[in-house]
Every structure is written in structure tokens, then in C-alpha cells.
Design a protein around this ligand. Structure first.
Ligand code: GDP
Length: 606
């Protein structure tokens, strides 16, 4: 028999902050904490968790153990500790690249919904062809460039701060300048303020575009006053916020806006190396039947060339083709340029940093190691989750027991970018009493598989810019799976927020609606015992819920089955009138008893 070996109580513990990978097993955690595996397993048992030495632990279990020892820990993603080594591998022989040169600024439009972000983006895109450069056909690749007097500006195609924040959350600060679109007829609105905060948090300069100045009720001065309250003081008033009046609809002021963006870029000295190995961020990616994974990359530094081996997360490959936003094939792409790239081994999520590796071998090795850890993480998560409930029955009892309720979602979207944005925004909805969990999320149409998964996990399906195919739709109908499709991220959030409210157990509030006194009791054939009553207060309605009181005590609860005045069945009787009341399933009536009717209102928590 194995005799478990425990460390002495006063055995020394590691000093300082200890980095622990999520989903570590007791064996791994033990090494980090200078304890034996048996110590960890026994501790878990003492705390009601049965785990084996090789089973992944949840964050809470790990934290509990560390707390008990008094060790400060930092939880990191599985494989994270190796990431530093992998990065070092990628840095080998990376060319220095000479002095930095000015590069095109990368611009994101933000602002309140309907203030004209999309219209302005479209207008600027359309104006591009005028510049006389060899024009191609505009491609929607997630970003586009406009050229003016030999200089370029790159616009991110997904406006709004959801996408912006989703990218930032993944560590990708791609935006150099934020254009804050404010409708001159509507002024500063909640999302305008949010956008300002996001831009400030990212320390990105803001250029204000006062849009819709063509409208009769446009009042730019009033809006500028509102902006001052948020510390955006227009240059014309002596401040340092570039403010341009535009009409996206009538194409007024857009050239002026572009010039000012270039000026701001110059002041901010946005620059990059024009040679050396490229690095940047995956803007969006999707699976193209026939061509495989197709990604839009935004190059932040260095020159990207056809044939370069690149790594993005766990995806890698040689750049097979580079296509710009005008659909033109390129041999190389400079910093600040968005390019569509083919050749990656898998679809990399939006916001994933990419880098050119010194060789194919390094690229495949780095991607392979990362892929391994990702699989560990996703497998481990299931194991860790299953060991601590998460099944449907558990959730019902959880809700009953007053612990947080859980809304499960399957999210499908048209691009990785929108998927990330939705997940990120939904993740921000935090309540103590309800939580969200993503059963699955992915790019592509809502399929029969998704319906099956939703059915088994009791999840709701959210579709963004995509719809279920015919088969999936009919399966959803027979399986009673709920599908909601959207085209605006903001709407998704709004809806889910109200769905979460719906999940909360409402408090039931009672209101007494009527009171009648029993004055006589008689029998009617076919109806049974009937109380001849006088309505003292309120109104008695047929079908009302009833409390039957005798000497002040409730002796029965139920409902009214019949209500009559004279020979007629009536729907209600008001106070001051006589009536006959029959109760369903109760006949022990005596004069002097009181029939109290009441209504129940559900009060939803807000
Ligand atoms: P977004 O939600 O910020 O992307 O707003 P949209 O670009 O979709 O614009 C919302 C609505 O405002 C659309 O009906 C546009 O046609 C309209 N719109 C946008 N810009 C202007 C403008 O400069 N003038 C006027 N009159 N309408 C505009």
C-alpha cells in the first residue's frame, strides 16, 4: 500500500508572486508550491473536491490552495510560460530594418449608433478612385486605404468601439487615430461618451467629425459645447481637438477630414520600419472553400513579402498570395497596409498578432507548440468544468438554491472580427445573479450541428450577419431550439441583457383585489355548495385566486369556479353587491367566513 507523503506544516513556501498556468494538475501545482502532490490532493479532498493527481484544477481550487499557504499567485493561460521562449525563437536573426519612416495611420471610426460612421466610411472609400492611381475594384477585406498626395490613410472597416475593444482585449492596439463621429443634429450620446473613454484608455488621439451638417436642425455649436464638457475642446475655440464639419450624405468636408487626419498622424509621428521581417495583427479571417484560410493582415512594422513564412497564434504558413483592398496582386506590402493573405494553415482569430518567422522550420515549430497548448486548454476546460457541475439538472438546482443562473449561448458570425466583438461585448455584461457561458462560437452558417448542440446543452443560438440554412431551420423548429439573428452588435447586447433579466427569478408581489363575506350557504344542482355573499371591498372576478378565511385564519386556498348574480353567470361583481360564489373543490362554507381574492404580480429585478 502506498503511504501518502505530506510536507510538514511549516515547510517553506515560495517567495514573491508565483506564475501558475491555468488547468495545472495537482502534480504540477505541487512543484510550484514546494509541496507534494499528496498535499494538494488531500487539501482538495478536505475542501470537498475529489481529484486525481493528473486531473486539471479549476482556477478557484488553485487559488484556494495558494491562499491557504499564503502564496501570491498569478494565473496565466496554459502554455503561456513557454510563450517567452517561443518569442525568443522568432526574434532570432530578425533584421534591424534601419531608421523608422512615416507610415500610413490606421484609423477607426467610433461614435453613437446612426450618427453616420458607416456612411462616412463608404463615402471616403468611394472617393478613393478619384486619385487617379491605377484603380482596381474595391474589395471588402476588413480595412481599406485611401491615397492623398502621395500619402495614405488606412481605415478599419468595422466601425464602433466593440470591435476596437475586442482587438485591444487580445493585446492588439492597431488603431493610431480614432475619428469620433457625432451627428450635429443629435449631439453627444451615450455611445459617443463610451467611444471617448475607449479612445482615451487606448491613448489614441481623437479627431472629431461633426456629421450631418446638411440637416436643417444641425447645430454644430451646441455639439461642440457638449464635447467641451468631455474635455474635447475644438481648435477653433483654442483647444487642441481637431474638429471637422462634414456631411457623409452630401460628401461635404470629407477631403478636409482626410487632410486633418494626415496632420494628426504627422504630429503623432506614426512610423515603422520599411524593411526587416514584418509583424502586425490579423484583422479578420475566414475559411474559403477552395482557397483555404484567407486572412486580412494589418502590417504594423516591416515589409511583408510573398513567400515569407508567417505565424499567427497556432496557424502558420508561407504567404502564397498578397492581395490589397483594390483586389490587386502584390509582391510585397509596406507597414500600415491591409492585405489579404492566403497560405495559413488554419483560420486565426481576429486580433491575433502575426509575425514573419526567420524560417519555415521556426514558424511550424512555434505554431505547433501553441496549437498543442490550445488543445490542452480546451480539453482541460471541459474536464475541469465537468468535475464541478455544469449539467442541466445541476443548473436548475443551482437556480433553486439561489446561486447564479446561467444563460448558455452558441454564437455564429460571418467573420472572426464580428465574432470576437460579440463575445467581448457580451463578456462585459456582468451581474452577480446571472452569468453567461459560450457553449460554442464559430464563423459560418448556423448548421444542424449547432442545433443539436443547442438542444443537448439547452443553449440559445445567436447568429450575426448569417442565417440558418433550410435544414437547420426546420430542425430548430422540431427541436424547439431558439435562434436569434442580428445585424447590429448593439442589438445583440441589448437583447441578451433583457434575456438575462428574464432569467432572474422575479419576486412575486400580492395585491388583494376583493373581499366578500359569506352570508348564507346553499346548494345548486350541478354546481355544488354556493356561498351567498356580500362584496365588502374591491371587485370579485370569476377565476380569481382565493384565500378562504375563517376567524381570521386561512383555511383554504384555491380559485373561484362560479360567480352569479340572480340567475346569471357574471364576470365580476363590485363592492356593495350581492352574489353567489362557488369555489372549486371546497364546500365547507359557513356564514361569517370571508372570501378574499388576490392577484399576483411578478416584479422583475432591474
Ligand atoms: P452608423 O450607425 O453610425 O454606422 O450610421 P449610418 O452610417 O448607418 O447612418 C445612419 C443614418 O444616417 C443613415 O440613414 C444615413 O443615411 C444617415 N446619414 C449618415 N450621414 C449623414 C449625413 O451626413 N447627413 C444626413 N442627412 N444623413 C446622414
Amino acid at each position: 500500500m502506498d503511504i501518502p507523503v505530506y510536507s510538514p506544516e511549516d515547510a517553506p513556501v515560495p517567495k514573491g508572486e508565483v506564475v501558475v498556468e491555468r488547468l495545472s494538475t495537482p502534480a504540477e501545482l505541487a512543484v510550484k508550491m514546494s509541496r507534494t502532490t499528496a498535499d494538494v490532493v488531500r487539501f482538495m479532498l478536505d475542501n470537498g473536491e475529489m481529484v486525481t493527481s493528473t486531473q486539471p484544477l479549476t482556477d478557484e481550487m488553485i487559488e484556494l490552495f495558494a491562499d491557504d499557504l499564503g502564496v501570491k499567485i498569478k494565473l496565466v493561460a496554459p502554455g503561456q510560460e513557454q510563450e517567452a521562449e517561443l518569442k525568443a525563437l522568432l526574434e532570432i536573426d530578425r533584421g534591424a530594418g534601419g531608421d523608422p519612416q512615416p507610415r500610413p495611420p490606421i484609423v477607426t471610426m467610433m461614435g453613437h449608433v446612426d450618427h453616420g460612421k458607416t456612411k462616412l466610411l463608404d463615402q471616403i472609400r468611394n472617393s478613393n478612385v478619384v486619385d487617379g492611381e491605377a484603380g482596381g475594384i474595391t474589395q471588402h477585406i476588413g480595412a481599406y486605404q485611401v491615397r492623398r498626395n502621395g500619402r495614405s490613410i488606412t481605415f478599419i472597416d468595422t466601425p464602433g468601439h466593440e470591435a476596437f475593444t475586442a482587438m485591444r482585449a487580445r493585446g492588439a492596439d492597431v488603431t493610431d487615430i480614432v475619428v469620433l463621429v457625432v451627428a450635429a443634429d443629435d449631439g453627444v450620446m451615450p455611445q459617443t461618451v463610451e467611444a471617448i473613454s475607449h479612445a482615451r484608455a487606448a491613448e489614441v488621439p481623437i479627431v472629431v467629425a461633426l456629421n450631418k451638417i446638411d440637416k436643417q436642425n444641425a447645430d454644430p455649436t451646441r455639439v461642440m459645447q457638449q464635447l467641451v464638457e468631455h474635455n474635447l475642446v475644438p481648435e477653433s475655440w483654442g483647444g487642441d481637438t481637431v474638429t471637422v464639419q462634414v456631411s457623409a450624405l452630401e460628401n461635404i468636408g470629407t477631403e478636409d477630414l482626410l487632410e486633418h487626419i494626415l496632420l494628426v498622424a504627422e504630429v503623432a509621428e506614426i512610423s515603422a520600419h520599411n524593411d526587416g521581417l514584418a509583424e502586425g495583427v490579423v484583422l479578420e479571417s475566414r475559411l474559403d472553400i477552395g482557397r483555404g484560410p484567407v486572412s486580412t493582415l494589418l502590417i504594423q512594422d516591416g515589409m511583408l513579402r510573398v513567400g515569407d513564412p508567417i505565424v499567427a497564434g497556432s496557424a502558420w504558413g508561407r504567404v502564397r498570395a498578397l492581395v490589397n483592398d483594390l483586389g490587386q496582386q502584390m509582391r510585397e506590402a509596406a507597414p500600415g497596409t491591409p492585405v489579404r493573405v492566403m497560405g495559413l494553415s488554419e483560420v486565426a482569430s481576429a486580433g491575433t498578432p502575426f509575425t514573419v518567422a526567420p524560417s519555415d522550420k521556426v514558424a511550424s515549430k512555434v505554431a505547433g507548440v501553441r496549437g498543442y497548448w490550445q488543445r490542452v486548454a480546451s480539453l482541460g476546460k471541459d474536464v475541469a468544468a465537468n468535475s464541478g457541475g455544469g449539467r442541466l439538472e445541476d443548473i436548475f438546482s443551482e437556480i433553486k438554491a439561489g446561486s447564479p443562473a446561467l444563460l448558455k449561448l452558441i454564437v455564429k458570425a460571418d467573420t472572426n472580427g464580428s465574432l470576437e466583438a460579440i463575445r467581448d461585448s457580451l463578456g462585459k455584461i456582468v451581474r452577480d445573479d446571472v452569468s453567461l457561458s459560450f457553449v460554442h462560437s464559430g464563423v459560418g452558417a448556423i448548421s444542424e450541428n449547432d442545433i443539436a448542440l443547442a438542444k443537448t446543452t439547452d443553449a440559445t443560438i445567436i447568429g450575426f450577419n448569417i442565417r440558418p440554412d433550410r435544414k437547420a431551420r426546420s430542425l430548430a423548429e422540431t427541436e424547439k431550439v431558439e435562434i436569434r439573428v442580428y445585424e447590429i452588435i448593439y442589438k445583440v447586447i441589448e437583447d441578451i441583457e433583457s434575456a438575462l433579466l428574464g432569467l432572474l427569478t422575479p419576486t412575486i408581489e400580492e395585491e388583494v383585489t376583493g373581499e366578500a363575506e359569506v352570508r348564507a350557504v346553499f346548494r345548486i344542482r350541478g354546481v355544488g355548495a354556493v356561498a351567498g355573499c356580500y362584496v365588502l371591498h374591491g371587485t370579485i372576478r370569476r377565476g380569481d385566486k382565493v384565500r378562504f378565511l375563517r376567524d381570521g385564519g386561512v383555511i383554504w386556498k384555491g380559485a373561484i369556479s362560479s360567480l352569479r348574480r340572480f340567475q346569471d353567470d357574471v364576470a365580476e361583481v363590485r363592492s356593495g353587491f350581492e352574489c353567489g360564489i362557488g369555489l372549486s373543490g371546497f364546500s365547507d362554507l359557513k356564514p361569517g367566513d370571508v372570501i378574499e381574492t388576490y392577484a399576483e404580480h411578478e416584479i422583475l429585478p432591474t
